[in-house]
Design a protein around this ligand. Structure first.
Ligand SMILES: [Zn+2]
Length: 166
């Protein structure tokens, strides 16, 4: 037979041989071929030993209260972080992460686009205009107020009163 290595059906033939599911005719042909082909021999031996290991494997017995212990442990070990991110785990990770990132970008773009524009700071001319708009009587009133405050603070300080008497 033609060497199954490197051909499309090689995996199927060798897997079937390893699982002892190859028909007798092909098995005979493959074994005849393996006498002269170390690559197929190695491959078939590896597959056979893998199958034998699987056959020999025995799962340990499950304890009767396995489910109860498992759920108790889950309830105890679920952290606040897990509770927080659990809704986002509904997405498979591969799809969820880009979706979450895209949602974040869109949200940011929306905030930037629809944020009401802050009023620009008034130019220096405007400040000047406000100052010039003060009428003289307003300035006089302000000066009067300042004078009154100064006299008040002097009156409240006894040493200042003493100084005044001198
Ligand atoms: Zn071969």
């Amino acid at each position: 037979m033609r060497c199954p290595m490197g051909t499309q059906e090689s995996a199927e033939v060798l897997l079937a041989y390893g699982a002892c599911k190859l028909d007798a005719e092909t098995t005979a042909a493959l074994e005849k071929h393996m006498e002269t082909c170390p690559a197929c021999r190695e491959s078939a031996r590896g597959l056979r030993s893998a199958w034998e290991a699987l056959d020999a494997f025995e799962a340990p017995p499950v304890s009767p209260d396995f489910d109860r212990n498992l759920y108790r442990r889950i309830a105890r070990e679920v952290s606040w972080w897990d509770l927080l991110v659990r809704p986002f785990r509904a997405f498979p990770v591969r799809q969820g992460l880009p979706m979450a990132a895209a949602a974040g970008v869109m949200l940011l773009a929306g905030v930037m686009l629809y944020r009401p524009a802050a009023p620009p700071p008034p130019p220096p001319d405007a400040v000047q205009a406000v100052v010039e708009e003060l009428r003289p009587d307003q300035v006089e009133n302000a000066l009067d107020d300042m004078e009154m405050l100064r006299e008040f603070s002097h009156a409240m300080r006894p040493d200042a009163v003493e100084a005044k008497k001198m």
